[in-house]
Design a protein around this ligand. Sequence first.
Ligand SMILES: [Zn+2]
Ligand SMILES: [Zn+2]
Ligand SMILES: [Zn+2]
Length: 181
Amino acid sequence: MTSTKMSSHTSPAGSDTPPLPTSIASQQHDHTHCITSAMTSAQDICARNGARLTKLREQVLRLIWQSHKPLGAYPLMDMLAAESTRRVAPPTVYRALEFLLEQGLIHRINTLNAYVGCTHPNGDHANNFLICEHCGVAIEFSATALQDRINESAADFGFSIRSQSIELVGSCEHCEATDHE
Ligand SMILES: [Zn+2]
Ligand SMILES: [Zn+2]
Ligand SMILES: [Zn+2]
């Protein structure tokens, strides 16, 4: 059995290595890269599904991707209003959100009643989130062993899972390091 160092994240020379999964909680990460890659994936996925990423849908996705903090429908509508000359009707915004959910580009965080961009929209994954109650960031994670147990337990009940959402609330690595009272 090998021991792992918990304290230091030593990265090889040159910082071109892909960020650690948890690094989205860090304020130093290159979020422009997150947005660019999310928008590119969205174009690809919609093209593959024969779905139309309209200007509004793209705008909604971009606004949700302004951060890794889930965004509620009302703040989203305010942001849309601030960006456009005319007010977008709430049902139109909800339809755009519905579309993005269907394409797997965003997730709905039930405990917050808000939406967050999917960090790996090309993968087959479950809705598992670590939500920081200090900074509001939501980190998507997958855990194969956990998923297997969930599937087994459901199967024991003859239950077929249609939707899954695991939302764990706590403190992210960044907030844990900065002394919060
Ligand atoms: Zn980011
Ligand atoms: Zn996802
Ligand atoms: Zn945090």
